[in-house]
Design a protein around this ligand. Sequence first.
Ligand code: ADP
Ligand code: GLC
Length: 480
Amino acid sequence: MKNVLYIASEAVPFIKTGGLADVVGSLPACFDKRYFDVRVMIPKYMCMHQEYKDMMKYVTHFYMDFNGESTYVGVLEAEYNGIKYYFIDNESYFSGDRPYGDIAYDLGKFIFFSRAALSCLPLINFRPDIIHCHDWQTGLIPVYMKDTFRAGEFYRDMKSIMTIHNLKFQGTWDVKTVKKLSGLSDYYFAPDKLEAYKDANLLKGGLVFADAITTVSATYAEEIKTAFYGEKLDGLLRAREHDLRGIVNGIDYDLYNPETDRFIVKQYNPKNFRKEKIKNKRALQEELGLYKDDQAFMIGLVSRLTDQKGIDLISYIMDELCQEHIQLVILGTGEEKYENMFRHFDWKYNDKVSANIYYSEELSHKIYASCDAFLMPSLFEPCGLSQLMSLRYGTVPIVRETGGLKDTVEPYNEYEGKGTGFSFTNYNAHEMLGAIRYAMDVFWNRKREWNKIIDRGMAQDYSWQNSAREYTNMYDWLVP
Ligand code: ADP
Ligand code: GLC
């Protein structure tokens, strides 16, 4: 039996701001329980819903020296979907109405979390063989495992994995502050360790000291070794390329299932979508006050509204796009300029554009189920889950060929009768518009072809099965 502990800053259903939570909350359940005991550890945020806090049971507490003070660390646990979750509690660090805020504050929060997570292990009766860390928030864990915690018998031989979900965020701050917060010695603040361009960089620490590195698609694993996608760590990633692999994400096929989804008006499956899926579109037109028309090409967008997601491309062509017989349904929050841009177009083209600037699990499912197409023109995309959800719901993805989008959406080829979506190569608004127009043309004028694209999309398998097998191989390789 191998014990694996996932340590991360978010996990569904407890707390979610993006795809990281989907992954950490669904992958652990996909390992063979005869050989693996996989558990998950995240902070206990004050902003978690009460129903989840009510599930948690007190395990233990202790005081840890942190930043010159003796600091309270509570540990709680809950069982969900057959998986044991641990929650690190400290009401001062994990307060606030969102899990993340100001980076200066977040830095202390996650250094505290990383240290507390390792410190509590001997007290919870679970000794991991592998600690699987996710993103910069847990970057110090592999460093601590080679340093502060190395001496103890308990931690010796424990292996660490660092998974990059998004290289853009690295947790950087000045060396002096990080040195003080982390308690690490000068030795670590050198350019071949935590230091990057004069600052301290937590993710870099993880990438230097982890026993293995993964990221969430094969293409992104290649891209991040180049200057354009490498976020200034491409040199390090090239140096560690033999320890770096890309394993594509999956999604929870029970949670995202058009046949059983209780958020949507009309359930459907690969056999009857031709007749049934449209009922969801009609219901969404009604609900959002869009004009009622089966033929309107309804495009969905569920996304953090940031530069990463290519929202500026959409803003360039909004007016042009809205001259077409289309509808655009947006669900997302993020940068104010993008939120306001969509609000503006909602006002300008009121029955064509619906801008929903908030977070809603329910509306997201309705959009995946109701729209004809789903737009994801990302500047970069480590994996992307929204396009996988769209495929699952028979909503045709229109994507830029980057990262996981390239690996999971096969472009339509009308000559060979292949493909599950539409794509474009360059980060260019009119190239994107060209792909959208091509999709519209097939939708209106070659409906049988369109439906075959959906057939092929819904037949794809992006459940976790295959990827869990690749993670299994990696765990077996690390701990024979
Ligand atoms: P990222 O992690 O970069 O944000 P992903 O495509 O991997 O992108 O995952 C995004 C996840 O967050 C998906 O599950 C998507 O449905 C969800 N999501 C994003 N914005 C919202 C929102 N405003 N309301 C509900 N779900 C959202
Ligand atoms: C990140 C990436 C996204 C990926 C998700 C889960 O947020 O932006 O592409 O799907 O992590 O790995």
